[in-house]
Design a protein around this ligand. Structure first.
Ligand SMILES: NC(=O)c1ccc[n+]([C@@H]2O[C@H](COP(=O)([O-])OP(=O)(O)OC[C@H]3O[C@@H](n4cnc5c(N)ncnc54)[C@H](O)[C@@H]3O)[C@@H](O)[C@H]2O)c1
Length: 468
């Protein structure tokens, strides 16, 4: 599996943000902490046909994704790991799972023999991702999304197949980086799955057939979608942390890391609407403009971070997609109505994806999804399909639609923060970036608290778009 590693000869892509930014802290083996772990090199790993898998970001999702990845191919061996923090790898830090938890899960499912991550292949630090990507065939990337374009770009440059979590960018520079790397992945025959798992879920796949093969709802004219849930987790500041460390630990609340709630969670719903409106399961589609409103009204103090707690957006698609409109809401205010779903409205009927049914315009049900007994978990299916595409050299590259849907969310954020009506093209062409210039726990993050310890929260009408 390792022959195509480091083959960058086919690259026609300009160097991207990876080369421009400065990664100060060198990757370090986790060392003392790791040596105390019950993690061993397993003697019975597969022979030369093994597929080496790496993990970047040993958090809640990464710990699950790596197990699902290994389950997708019994030749796959968990080979190396990277995290910004050593205490996330050894499982002792705030919200940590760590290598011990992954090992336990694998052993309980009889897959302990697929793990071979000795201390020297446990890498901590901002540039630890390079050490992992350099030594594996497949990488699972599950860090906060701000880093995704940098990690994805490097993986593709190095000839590595990718599973990466959503969202895949938080700004225009990130979007452009992912699109360019996606093109390079195609040139190199590399496979990529994005963790927008609804694409691998029975009800969504079946509904797509009903709408686009059988035409059950006629022409799509509009859509509604929601991610209205509870408050996200908060990590409290600890003595001794630098400002950069606080933001890294409490990443959900900072745009350069998270992209705001609209990107971090609502991307799932925006992505479904892009998918159904465009009818394109490979490259996806995107709206051409958006205006919206939002703010911060809930109970989170401004000392926690800078994100909004509610957004409402009106996205408009172009003439190739019937000039359709998408109304989207996301909110995380305690005690408010909960709804996570999508609805697609056509000239002949309405698809209710949350209920898996289609009605005609009179409200009579004309199709109802029946979940088969033992239906596979989409979080598993996405990894099974990735390994199948790698083994059988089938085309598979979700990075285009992953990038378009992630940037749809970013566009929404720019509209609700600014209160302006903005276009896709102006935002993409601006190539604006919100990431720091330097990655180091002692470096300056792009936003800082004021004298009261509060972060600036955008005020529509006052907030300036970065390209204006
Ligand atoms: N598809 C889904 O349903 C789903 C579900 C949960 C999470 N996710 C996604 O997975 C990603 C991670 O979420 P999580 O809940 O696991 O977060 P988490 O905080 O539990 O884990 C993220 C890990 O990445 C590490 N990290 C941060 N910056 C890093 C860097 N530069 N290099 C290496 N490691 C770094 C953190 O220290 C942490 O251990 C998010 O993008 C999230 O949206 C997707």
């Amino acid at each position: 599996m390792s022959e195509n590693k480091n083959d960058t000869s086919t690259s026609k892509i300009e160097p991207t943000s990876t080369s421009r930014r400065k990664f100060v802290a060198g990757a370090t083996a986790v060392g003392a902490a790791a040596s105390a772990l019950p993690v061993q090199s397993f003697a019975n790993v597969a022979g030369s046909d093994q597929v080496k898998v790496g993990l970047i970001g040993v958090g809640g999702r990464g710990s699950g994704a790596i197990v699902q990845n290994l389950t997708g191919n019994d030749k796959a061996v968990f080979h190396s790991v990277a995290d910004a923090f050593g205490d996330k790898i050894d499982g002792t830090g705030p919200r940590a799972r760590g290598i011990p938890q992954i090992q336990k899960t694998l052993e309980e499912s009889g897959k302990g023999g697929q793990m071979d991550v000795p201390a020297e292949r446990q890498h901590a630090g901002f540039d630890a991702y390079k050490a992992v990507i350099d030594e594996v065939d497949v990488v699972c990337i599950a860090t906060p999304p701000g880093f995704r374009p940098i990690h994805f770009d490097y993986a593709i440059q190095q000839g590595t197949h990718v599973f990466m979590e959503k969202p895949v960018c938080v700004d225009a520079k990130g979007y452009n980086t992912v699109i360019n790397a996606a093109k390079l992945a195609d040139e190199k025959g590399l496979k990529c799955v994005v963790g927008l798992q609804r694409h691998y879920q029975g009800v969504y796949e079946a509904a797509f057939e009903k709408v686009h093969k059988e035409g059950l709802i006629g022409e799509i004219v509009s859509a509604q979608c929601w991610w209205n849930t509870q408050r996200p987790w908060i990590v409290a500041r600890q003595d001794g942390w630098t400002e950069m460390e606080y933001q890294m630990r409490n990443w959900y609340h900072f745009n350069w890391l998270c992209g705001d709630h609209i990107a971090e969670q609502h991307v799932h719903n925006l992505d479904i609407v892009n998918w159904f409106v465009s009818g394109d399961s490979e490259k996806g589609g995107n709206p051409i403009s958006v205006q919206g409103m939002g703010g911060r009204q809930g109970t989170e103090p401004k000392s926690v971070g800078e994100i909004f707690d509610h957004h409402y957006c009106e996205f408009r698609y172009g003439p190739e997609y019937n000039n359709a409109i998408m109304n989207s809401q996301c909110r995380h205010i305690k005690g408010t109505w909960r709804q996570v779903a999508e609805e697609i409205h056509g000239t002949e009927g309405i698809l209710y994806l949350g209920q898996g049914k289609i009605t005609n315009r009179k409200g009579e049900t004309i199709w109802q999804y029946r979940k088969p007994r033992g239906e596979a978990n989409p979080y598993q299916v996405e990894h099974d399909r990735l390994h199948d595409a790698i083994i059988n050299d089938k085309p598979l590259n979700n990075a285009y639609y992953g990038a378009k849907s992630s940037f749809t969310a970013v566009l929404g954020r720019m509209a609700t923060y600014s209160g302006q009506n903005i276009t896709w093209d102006e935002a993409v062409e601006s190539d604006f970036s919100i990431l720091p210039e330097e990655f180091d726990m002692n470096a300056e993050p792009p936003v800082k608290p004021d004298g009261n310890g509060d972060y600036y929260v955008a005020i529509p009408g006052e907030y300036k778009l970065p390209w204006k």
